[in-house]
Design a protein around this ligand. Structure first.
Ligand code: AMP
Length: 531
């Protein structure tokens, strides 16, 4: 078996590895470090959790140990898709350079340019950046990339998902043709293949097996859930989630709960919190200081449940996550692999449980095809009809729903979930304004707004039951409800047309025809005739 000492790493780097407690290189490290140290381009096909960060930081540090950086001219560059991942890579550099004198700067959004400029001005050996911020600095003339000797692209597939590929191409062109490139991606989509063919020179390809197919240390399960009523789906999912967490008991020391949409991240976090679970959300709309605070809390064990979107959680290295809960089946099968890779890291045991509603069964089939196995079905800890309430209770809840919103916010999820069946709701919808999508998003992610506790999916319902269609009766909620329930295609389009029609009619309060809408010239002639 390969040892770190076989890899030709700088002795001071070896000492730092020892300090970190790592004994043997992981497969991606054993495969990528030797060619990287020989100055070759490397194409690493591996995902987080495999030790890939060290597979590029260790050889980089070894190679950079000699020489010094000049002002504004970094000697190496690491590009990461998210701020969190960039910060994590920076931490890795700190760990492995502790016995060396290398300088680094982290260029990420949400941090003032001034501080970053100062560091760059002094000259840095390693520049770790997200693509947008790097380009901003470059365009401000503060950064010269002509001395970059090693360039790393980390998580290229996520860069692709986030639309960063044009930026990456630009950055490649800003660096010298002679640079060495270490390029990492969990998958090789055609677009990624094209980039590597264009910008890598005869790379050594190192591929490590997918975690999901080899991760025997991750126990996986999927709970098939059919909601008692479609309009209660989100509420029942949240209830089942709590039951799943409870069923794990003390074995669940901490967990990441993934949702497909930001608004669900907020709703699930709020709901969990309200039910006494120590949970906080993380997604791209939260400001950086909040994200950092939440992450730090989760890492140091102060926070037990991190509710996350895929982008925010990408590349998070939290070694001791015991559980991953997928509140939704991810719509990109690849994301399943990334998500469950948050648990069972570095050889530890982990558990990943997913909730699948009928609408997501196609996505589940895609996931199973990708991981080449059937994910075992797990029983609903609440029984078959998890959150169904007896009819009379529903009626009672509907009455509660008439209470003001502020009161509403203090009620149980289920109590708020008093939706009417599809048909009446649709009728009501027609009388409503088309929502402003920006407002919808804002509203659901306004963490401090009490009403946001219930997902708007839930919020919209009581009004359906309790009120006549008042003209401006929370239009956004209702539309949001439709969108989130997957009301796509024909039905939604029809509604949109109806909405428009109704909206035109409603906004113009005048009676159409010859009422108070009478054109002036006709009124004039009447008046004249009457005289
Ligand atoms: P990464 O894939 O880079 O996100 O790393 C996943 C986790 O594995 C991190 O917590 C690393 O600190 C840890 N790790 C990296 N290399 C090794 C190693 N050789 N042995 C054990 N753990 C490692």
């Amino acid at each position: 078996m390969t040892k770190f000492s076989d890899l030709n790493l700088n002795p001071k780097v070896l000492r730092a590895i020892e300090d970190a407690g790592y004994e043997t290189p992981t497969p991606i490290q054993a495969g990528a470090i030797p060619p990287a140290l020989e100055g070759k381009d490397v194409l690493g096909i591996a995902q987080t959790g495999t030790g890939k960060t060290a597979s590029f930081t260790l050889p980089m540090i070894t190679m950079l140990a000699r020489g010094r950086a000049r002002a504004r001219m970094p000697r190496s560059l690491v590009l990461c898709p998210t701020r969190e991942l960039a910060a994590q890579v920076a931490e890795n550099f700190d760990t492995y350079t502790k016995h060396l004198k290398l300088t680094k700067a982290l260029l990420i959004g949400g941090v003032s340019f001034g501080e970053q400029d100062k560091l760059i001005d002094k000259g840095v050996d390693v520049l770790i950046a997200t693509p947008g911020r790097l380009i901003d600095h470059f365009e401000r003339g503060k950064l010269i990339l002509s001395d970059v000797k090693i360039m790393v692209v980390d998580e290229a597939d996520r860069m692709l998902d986030m639309g960063f590929i044009p930026d990456i191409e630009r950055i490649f062109q800003m660096t010298p043709f002679t640079r060495q490139t270490l390029f990492f991606s969990a998958t090789m989509a055609p677009e990624i293949e094209r980039i590597t063919n264009t910008f890598l020179s005869n790379p050594v390809r190192v591929e490590v097996a997918r975690q999901a197919t080899t991760g025997e240390n991750i126990e996986q399960g999927v709970l098939m859930l059919t909601a008692s009523r479609k309009d209660r789906e989100a509420t029942e999912k949240r209830k089942v989630l709590r039951a799943l967490i409870d069923a794990e008991g003390d074995k669940c020391t901490n967990a990441i709960i993934f949702c497909n949409r930001k608004m669900d991240v907020d709703a699930v976090a709020k709901s969990l919190k309200k039910h006494g679970y120590d949970a906080a959300p993380i997604h791209g709309d939260l400001d950086q200081s909040q994200r950092t605070k939440t992450l730090d809390g989760f890492r140091n064990g102060d926070l037990r449940f991190l509710v996350a979107s895929d982008v925010a959680a990408r590349g998070l290295d939290v070694p001791s996550v015991s559980h991953v809960f997928n509140f939704d089946v991810p719509s990109h099968a690849e994301d399943y692999v990334h998500r469950i890779g948050r648990t069972g890291r570095a050889g530890r045991d982990g558990k990943a449980i997913m909730i699948c509603v009928p609408r997501d069964e196609k996505n589940l089939a895609d996931v199973e095809r990708l991981v080449q196995r059937e994910i075992p079905r797990v029983e609903n800890p609440l029984g078959d009809k998890p959150a169904a309430k007896p009819a009379k209770e529903t009626a009672k809840d509907a009455t509660k729903a008439e209470k003001p919103a502020s009161e509403d916010a203090s009620q149980d999820d289920t109590a708020k979930d008093t939706a009417k069946p599809e048909k009446p709701k649709r009728t009501r919808t027609r009388s409503r304004k088309k929502p402003d999508p920006a407002k919808v998003e804002d509203k659901s992610s306004a963490a401090d707004t009490p009403k946001a506790e219930a997902s708007p999916e839930v919020k919209a319902e009581p009004q359906a039951q309790a009120k006549a269609p008042a003209p401006d009766d929370k239009p956004q909620d209702d539309k949001q409800h439709q969108n989130r329930r997957g009301g796509r295609g024909g039905r939604n389009d029809n509604n949109r047309n109806d909405n428009n029609r109704q909206q035109n009619g409603r906004n113009d309060n005048r009676v159409v025809g010859l009422g108070d809408h009478t054109p002036e010239f006709i009124e004039l002639s009447f008046e004249q005739r009457n005289k």
